[in-house]
Design a binder for this molecule. Structure first.
Ligand SMILES: *Cc1c(COP(=O)(O)O)cnc(C)c1O
Length: 374
């Protein structure tokens, strides 16, 4: 295969060539581990058939191994995306405290957690426990300052803000803060880029299209004691307990997306698993942030200790050069660098599938552009 351009899209995002090539080779006739032909594309298989069950079980086991998910957590594969979960989580968790009206606390650190709060407010009393809006979402409010309510059914945060480029490098220990509510994290845009400290997390959710595979699949990892507390208005197809009891087959799951995600999980394991991937991600992020910080043209406004390893927003100090920067990048095979419309400037999303060579090519171009712009 000829070298494809480097795709810095925030999502749906780049998928490793190896994975796409395997999917292409298996498109018309999927074969099992022993090489036995199924005569079907994965898209055409019954979700209850032997072949797809094998694909599903392998994907689940690989994800459990990759993320070191403890035995008392369930992995659910469903539809609805990250935004769907913003409603599905309150619908499932707000029945946790008997006799207490539905309510939850939100740590607002950027566009996505702001959306989570707004959506949850349709189903419960959604309180802002802390916010970094005053400084334009460039820092993380220290957990000691969070206003946590003793009756909250859960505490929500977005562990990597895809638009604002702010990442929690350590998750808060809510128990140490005197809070007995489970922590819910939206880890859509950095899932599988680093380890997760499950001792601090009750539930984690991610749309697959950033770091796991194609759009259409949502992954939920949930501690078992949080199942079975859905509000009566929760749609059955989104009731975590029903989904868990039916191995994610309460209704038809996104079968093809699960298959591709399974190939991505196998690819990640072949790369050396999360520890190896994390080291690569650290090196990629360092290369790009150093280039930005050392330049006179580019800037990133996020406090260094909470800069995202996955999504790097940056600005040209001379914004009149934005269009020229993007056109030059595209002509060198560096795609999708335009920043989110709410922030402007540029954004380089450097998920697991982005090799170090791709970041190096971007940095080389940025230096060249700065020299010629001077
Ligand atoms: C992309 C993204 C979402 C939205 O996911 P959809 O699948 O489009 O609903 C939610 N949260 C975060 C952190 C994201 O990056």
């Amino acid at each position: 295969m000829t070298q494809r351009p480097y795709n810095f899209s925030a999502g749906p995002a780049a998928i490793a060539d190896e994975v796409l090539a395997q999917a292409a080779a298996e498109m018309l006739d999927w074969r099992d581990a022993s090489g036995r032909s199924s005569g079907m594309s994965v898209m055409e298989m019954s979700h209850r058939g032997r072949e797809f069950i094998a694909i599903y079980e392998a994907a689940e086991a690989a994800l459990r191994q990759l993320l070191a998910v403890p035995a008392d957590y369930r992995i659910l594969f469903l539809q609805g995306g990250g935004l769907g979960e913003n409603a599905i989580v309150p619908l499932n968790l707000c029945g946790r405290r008997a006799g207490v009206p539905p309510q939850a606390d939100f740590v607002v650190t950027g566009g996505w957690s702001q959306k989570s709060l707004k959506e949850a407010a349709r189903y419960c009393t959604a309180r802002t426990a802390a916010s970094n809006a005053a400084n334009g979402h460039t820092t993380l409010p220290s957990p000691q300052t969070w206003q946590l309510h003793p009756q909250a059914s859960y505490v929500h945060l977005c562990s990597n803000e895809t638009i604002h480029g702010v990442e929690f490098h350590t998750l808060p220990d809510l128990r140490a803060l005197g809070c007995d509510a489970p922590l819910v994290i939206d880890f859509s845009s950095h899932v599988a880029s680093r380890p997760v400290d499950w001792s601090r997390v009750g539930l984690a959710y991610a749309g697959a299209q950033k770091n796991l595979g194609p759009a259409g699949l949502t992954v939920v990892v949930v501690r078992e004691d949080l199942l079975g507390h859905a509000l009566p208005i929760c749609p059955s197809a989104f009731d975590y307990r029903l989904i868990a009891e039916n191995q994610s087959m309460y209704n038809t799951p996104p079968t093809y997306a699960i298959y591709i995600a399974g190939l991505v999980f196998q690819w990640l394991l072949r790369q050396g698993g999360i520890a190896a991937i994390e080291q690569r991600n650290i090196a990629k992020a360092q290369l790009l942030y150093d280039a930005i910080d050392q330049s006179g043209l580019y800037e990133n406004r996020v406090a260094p200790e909470c800069r995202s390893r996955m999504n790097v927003p940056f600005f040209l100090k001379d914004e009149s050069r934005n269009a020229a920067f993007l056109a030059g990048a595209a002509s060198r095979g560096l795609l999708s660098l335009k920043g989110h419309k709410s922030v402007g400037g540029m954004r380089a999303s450097i998920y697991n599938a982005m090799p170090l060579a791709g970041v190096q090519a971007l940095v080389d171009y940025m230096r060249e552009f700065e020299r010629t712009a001077a």
